[in-house]
Design a protein around this ligand. Structure first.
Ligand code: SF4
Length: 387
């Protein structure tokens, strides 16, 4: 984080992201910062590091109210319940939470069991995000996931039994070899389970991952563009029929269960990221932590926040971000808020808006300006107009 002591955070609501970079096995498509689960001592040192970082970050964030805490990874559910509790206790010690603070932990099937779930609920975790990805065992194996579809169902049912009433299921579509019918089946399985929230992202291939490498060697075939768009459209049809309303391009929730943490990213609310490689956004500055243990711990030992890089966002960049992040949400961008914040109207800042609105790509519903849902499948092309 880049704040100076003289520069307190002006905004009152804050998100906290805590990164746990450990996994049982690396999935074939994954380029998140994660490593194989190290020995116990190493994990214990890492938790101590997180606690120290939270302590160092807190003085500059005194006035802020934490509206969401998100423990992600990696596979946070690999941690012992006591470790998760230590992290949350440190958050509560140093920051001011409110009674409705959303506290999410990411969990992978096969790594959560009844007792751990019960302890998580008791320590204040009120939202579970389960990385299911697909209900097809053949695809799960190809992705390199460590669990089966049956284990995913079991994880969900256990979480319900232990009292979790706010569960997200993560899905990925557009997997190599996946058909539209296969995706439909996965969607129906999700509907059957009845989670409060679903995140359904199209596969993106990243360089340096096993799948990225196979693709660049011409040895991995992706679904064609038409099928990809049809999978996206099918998601938009099936989930809302089950009461999971779309509120962002890739996110669906039962009313009242939209993720506060994720909304914070799209509406550019301030957040801190704690842990290896975590990102923060405070006072129009984006920063990123060290990604190597040695540098991360060296900073902490010197009582310094482990920031590796930071970038002050210019006014023009802030306007662009407001557009391409806000247009991801179904509500869109609040035009009045934009004018209040930047002193110019959206049309003055981005004359292209008039043309896009005339073509029906953007829709005006004062004070909101939103992306026409018919263009969600090609949203990236529209967002390029604002970069
Ligand atoms: S479990 Fe998640 S973070 Fe870990 S390797 Fe797989 S996709 Fe990456």
């Amino acid at each position: 984080m880049s704040l100076k002591a003289s520069e307190p955070v002006s905004e009152t609501s804050l998100g906290i992201y805590i990164h746990i970079p450990f996994c049982l096995k690396k999935c074939n498509y994954c380029d998140f910062l994660s490593f194989l689960l190290p020995c116990r001592d190493r994990v214990a040192d890492y938790i101590l590091g997180l606690k120290k970082e939270l302590e160092l970050a807190a003085p500059q964030l005194k006035g802020a109210k934490v509206i969401s805490v998100y423990i992600g990874g990696g596979t946070p559910s690999l941690l012992a319940a006591q470790s998760l509790k230590d992290i949350l206790t440190a958050v509560q010690q140093h920051f001011s939470l409110w009674e409705k603070t959303e506290v999410t932990v990411e969990a992978n099937p096969g790594t959560i069991f009844g007792e751990k779930l019960a302890e998580m609920a008791a320590m204040g975790v009120n939202r579970l995000s389960i990385g299911v990805q697909s209900f097809d065992n053949r695809l799960l194996a190809a992705m390199g996931r460590v669990h089966t579809a049956e284990e995913a169902v079991e994880a969900f049912c256990m979480a319900r039994r232990e009292g979790f009433s706010n569960i997200n299921i993560d899905l990925i579509y557009g997997l190599p070899g996946q058909t539209l019918e296969n995706w439909r089946k996965t969607l129906y399985e999700v509907v059957e389970l009845g989670p409060e929230h679903v995140s359904a992202y199209g596969l993106t291939l990243e360089k340096g991952t096993p799948w990225g490498n196979l693709y660049s060697q011409g040895e991995l075939q992706l679904v064609d563009e038409d099928t990809w768009v049809r999978m996206h459209d099918l998601t938009m049809q099936v989930l809302p029929q089950a009461g999971l309303m779309q509120y962002e391009l890739s996110n669906y929730a039962k009313p009242g269960f939209e993720s506060l943490h994720n909304l914070g990213y799209w509406y550019r609310r301030p957040y801190i990221g704690v842990g290896l490689g975590a990102s923060s956004f405070l006072n129009e500055t984006r920063s990123k932590n060290h990604t190597r243990y040695e540098e991360y711990f060296k900073s902490l030992k010197m009582n310094k926040l482990p920031v590796a890089e930071e970038e002050r966002i210019t006014r023009e960049e802030a306007m662009s971000e407001t557009m391409f992040l806000g247009l991801r949400t179904v509500k869109g961008v609040n035009c009045l808020e934009f004018k209040r914040r930047f002193g110019v109207s959206i049309e003055e800042a981005f004359p292209v808006v008039n043309r896009l609105a005339k073509k029906g790509v953007l829709e005006r519903n004062p004070p909101w300006l939103r992306l026409n849902p018919g263009y969600y499948g090609v949203s990236n092309e529209v967002f390029l107009e604002f970069v």
